[in-house]
Design a protein around this ligand. Structure first.
Ligand code: GLU
Ligand code: MG
Length: 446
């Protein structure tokens, strides 16, 4: 769609306010709403945001040592017409996702959407296209007057009761997504209390990211309207299942017609190309986990025995493995399972594709598949089998990212350095806090 076509479409849809959205390094959707006389500017020149916005952490404080500050000026958010969708739940409003550009219109290396574009082109140069689906899990809560969070229900995993209890909300979510061009594969009740999960149809990388971001915003907005808090936090309570973001990927020929990553025989789940892609994912697993699971809380989800991966390994059917190969025939693909919804999906997908490409280029062979529940192994048993653990903390994960030349090169120097500063600043704040657990254990015992 060119500018004239998108402007025509906005008129047809009677859009009076266009939300121009970019995503910061914490994955937050950040936006300004603009009226029609600014629509052409959104697509031609872009609208300004402070460059320093990317250096704010989730506390909404600037990370110490930020490269960008009060005096480093602005970047331009240029709407990508391909990402346009109306917002059926908001009167006369629509949204576009934006590329961040420098003030002279040139590429800005701090833009996550641009970094993904580079990575997709690197695959295209090798005659490869990518099919992706993001599968988020999330939980519904309400907040009591005392400020406690209570889960929405106790319905069992994938029960009809669980699907039916809040069906008015899910129906509205599914209808809204359909109007916004997001096709779901399925939506159902997950394992934990108040926990749900949806799978959008796998598609090209940009549409996959756009669809996932749309899903998250729609669920949060419509749940809020219905009196619920939809939370995508990785591990709200230690005794309940965590919420992951599993990324489903496969590699196809240039026309997107022939699956090149999977094996042609049922007993051979991956092709040679797929095996090397997998080898790359496993070789860079620690750095990938920093990008995909980037908050303190993420590491309370990634525990053995929780169906969230804790070891660097792969398996065909095993939900304890970091990479699983689900599906049969043309639906077969690779599923990377350590990420969660605290990530910026552009950055996470860029990192995953960079790791896979490194595997292809270096012809990295993966180790043998695991066939048992590795989550049930003791640390000694895992070590004896040569199974490395994923990073056990955000600190460890960020150090692994710093040490990974492939993943950091794909993200580029601006995103890498500022992401690490932002995340380390949250970690410092966490470390300086005295948590309720400490008072419970130590106040009287010491
Ligand atoms: N909730 C699990 C996770 O945190 C995944 C459960 C599943 O296999 O769907 O990754
Ligand atoms: Mg699930």
């Amino acid at each position: 769609m060119n500018t004239a076509e998108i402007l025509q479409r906005l008129t047809e849809d009677n859009i009076q306010y266009l939300w121009v959205i970019y995503h910061d390094y914490s994955g937050r959707s950040c936006a300004k709403a603009v009226p029609p006389h600014r629509f052409a500017t959104v697509f031609e020149r872009g609208i300004v945001f402070a460059r320093a916005n990317v250096d704010f952490n989730l506390l909404d404080h600037m990370a110490p040592g930020s490269a960008f500050t009060a005096e480093t000026g602005d970047v331009l958010a240029v709407g990508d017409p391909a990402s346009y969708a109306p917002l059926p739940y908001r009167q006369a409003s629509g949204r576009v996702h934006a590329f961040l550009r420098d003030m002279d219109g040139s590429e800005w290396p701090g833009c996550p959407r641009t970094r993904l574009d580079h990575m997709v082109r690197a695959y295209a140069q090798r005659g490869l296209t990518i099919r992706v689906g993001f599968e988020p899990e999330f939980m519904l809560f309400r907040r009591t007057e005392e400020g406690e969070y209570v889960t929405s229900d106790r319905d069992g995993m994938f029960t009809v009761a669980g699907l039916d209890r809040h069906y008015a909300l899910w129906l509205e979510v599914m209808e809204t997504l359909k109007t916004m061009g997001v096709q779901l594969e399925q939506l159902g009740k997950e394992y934990g209390p108040g926990q749900y999960e949806a799978t959008p149809v796998s598609t090209g990388p940009f549409k996959a990211v756009d669809d996932y971001l749309t899903f998250k915003e729609v669920v949060r907005a419509l749940a809020r309207q219905a009196g619920w808090i939809a939370s995508f936090m990785p591990k709200p309570y230690a005794h309940m299942p965590g919420s992951g973001l599993h990324v489903h990927m496969s590699l196809w020929d240039a026309e997107g017609k022939r699956d090149l990553s999977c094996g042609e025989r049922p007993e051979e789940p991956l092709s040679q190309l797929g095996r090397h892609f997998l080898g790359g994912l496993l070789a860079h697993a620690a750095a990938l986990t920093a990008v995909g699971a980037p908050i303190v809380n993420s590491y309370k989800r990634l525990l053995p025995g929780s169906w969230s991966p804790a070891h660097i390994c792969w398996g065909v059917g095993s939900r304890a493995a970091l990479v699983r190969i689900p599906g049969m025939g043309a639906r077969r693909h690779l599923e990377f399972r350590s990420g969660d919804n605290a990530c910026n999906p552009y950055m996470f997908l860029t990192a995953l594709l960079a790791a896979g490409l490194d595997g292809i280029e270096q012809q990295i062979e993966p180790p043998p598949a695991v066939t048992d529940d590795v989550g049930a192994l003791t640390d000694e048993q895992a070590r004896a089998r040569g199974l490395a653990l994923l990073p056990r903390s955000l600190d460890e994960a960020l150090s692994a990212l710093e040490a990974d030349p492939v993943v950091t090169a794909a993200l580029g120097p601006v995103i890498t350095s500022e992401f690490i500063k932002v995340k380390r600043s949250e970690l410092t704040d966490y470390n300086l806090h005295v948590h309720p657990w400490e008072r419970h254990l130590y106040l009287e015992s010491i």
